[in-house]
Design a protein around this ligand. Structure first.
Ligand SMILES: Cc1cc2nc3c(=O)[nH]c(=O)nc-3n(C[C@H](O)[C@H](O)[C@H](O)COP(=O)(O)O)c2cc1C
Ligand SMILES: CCCCCCC(=O)C(=O)O
Length: 391
């Protein structure tokens, strides 16, 4: 089954046959295979607060999905797709698959093992993970759980420059190989469900592991967070909100790390050009999964214009609305080098911890591998806009 050394048996045909063979022994998949059913089942077992926090603006999330529906793959036939290549090259690194786990904060509200369960699943499959600044488990502990698996660190740029530098240095020391600075969350949006539930996990001290373990953060407090958590939370809120941030301040990061720096949340070609002008290494086209700007453009609709502006000078990554293998193919054909998976792995986490995340990833990679082959492509670099029509 696995005659190609670069392809683990769990992709494509291997995964498909494994599931059918288990069916012959009376076993059914433990998690829903369809993303829609997975979402429904996961939400049904979450607390109202966790479900509300995971939500986004309905209209922007709908735009994200509609954008995918307007592009169709045009399959090509008889092109020998017996050996597929899912690796993708980014500056200074080779990714085993064109997929990374998007930074998602405060996973302890979804499952008690949170980011650790996700890291173990990522490590089992070699899928790179991006750890959020607002994680419920710290940079070093998650780094250890990942072993040799590639990991990136997502930075929320706070008002405290020394703290930003400290986070990046900790990430570098713990083996993280890129920094992702998120631009679209300098403040939290008007989140209707959270407001209705009067719930924000950070105010309960959740999702602050990186802050509470940081020497720079700790030295700004009157007392240690363990002794006076409310003072620590108040200081966090004070420095987190940073609406005054501008492009010219990002250069500071360059002086503090040699790691590649990606800017996440770019939705306009001029902002993509600005990213190149200030010497950054990559872009993540994203509207934060429809969580920040209501009435915003679907992220995939922004991708062709940004790819055209960037002209492959730096890699363009993509997220917001990836649910199936065909979605990944569409994003890659429109110029992305890789995609970030958001909520689907969190639904797997909610339903079955580490195993749930692993199953979601195995299914998605199998779907990607088969859809790529059946569309007539054997490697990702063959994909371009000619693989699609817009209708
Ligand atoms: C509950 C939740 C928390 C998130 N936390 C972060 C975060 O801490 N940092 C960040 O850059 N993006 C965060 N994101 C955005 C994701 O990285 C990603 O952009 C988004 O989930 C992609 O959309 P999708 O979920 O529709 O695939 C979060 C998203 C969700 C759903
Ligand atoms: C006040 C802390 C906000 C952290 C934001 C985490 C995030 O990106 C999201 O909820 O979305």
């Amino acid at each position: 089954m696995n005659d190609h050394p670069q392809q683990p048996v769990s992709y494509g045909l291997g995964r498909q046959m494994q599931v059918y063979m288990q069916g012959l022994q009376g076993q059914r998949p433990t998690l829903p295979v369809s993303p829609e059913q997975l979402e429904q089942q996961a939400k049904a077992q979450m607390s109202q607060e966790a479900r509300g926090y995971l939500a986004g603006m309905d209209d922007t999330m709908r735009s994200n999905r509609t954008a995918f529906e307007h592009w169709s793959i045009v399959p090509r036939m008889l092109r020998d797709v017996s050996h597929r290549q899912l690796t993708t090259a980014l500056p200074g690194m080779q990714l085993p698959v064109p997929l990374l786990l998007a930074p998602i904060g405060v996973q302890s509200i979804i499952h008690p093992d949170g980011e650790l369960a996700v890291a173990r699943a990522a490590a089992a499959l070699g899928v790179p993970m991006i750890l959020s600044t607002a994680a419920s488990c710290n940079i070093e502990t998650v780094g250890k759980a990942l072993g040799e698996t590639p990991r990136w660190f997502q930075l929320y740029w706070s008002k405290d420059l020394d703290l930003n530098a400290s986070f990046v240095q900790r990430a570098e020391k713990a083996g993280y190989s890129a920094i992702v600075v998120t631009l679209d969350t300098l403040m939290l949006s008007w989140r209707e469900q959270d407001i209705q539930n009067a719930y924000l996990p950070f105010l309960l001290g959740e999702g602050l592991a990186n802050y509470f373990t940081d020497p720079i953060f700790r030295q700004s407090l009157p007392q240690a967070p363990e002794d006076n958590p409310m003072a620590a939370i108040r200081h966090f809120i004070d420095i987190f909100l940073n609406p005054a941030l501008t492009w010219d301040q990002l250069g500071f990061l360059r002086q503090h790390t040699n790691l590649p720096i990606f800017l996440k949340g770019v939705m306009h070609p001029d902002d993509a050009q600005r990213t190149i002008d200030i010497g950054m290494d990559g872009i993540v086209v994203s509207n934060h999964g429809g969580r920040q700007v209501g009435g915003a453009r679907g992220a995939l609709d922004a991708l062709p214009g940004i790819s055209a502006a960037v002209q492959r000078q730096i890699p363009v990554l993509f997220d917001s609305g990836i649910r199936r293998g065909s979605d990944i193919i569409k994003a890659l054909a429109l110029g992305a080098s890789a995609v970030l998976l958001g909520r689907p792995y969190i639904w797997g986490l909610a339903l079955d911890g580490q195993q749930g995340v692993q199953t979601v990833l195995e299914n998605l990679l199998a779907d990607l591998d088969l859809t790529l082959a059946l569309s007539g492509y054997s490697s990702l670099d063959q994909l371009d806009a000619s693989a699609l029509v817009h209708e």
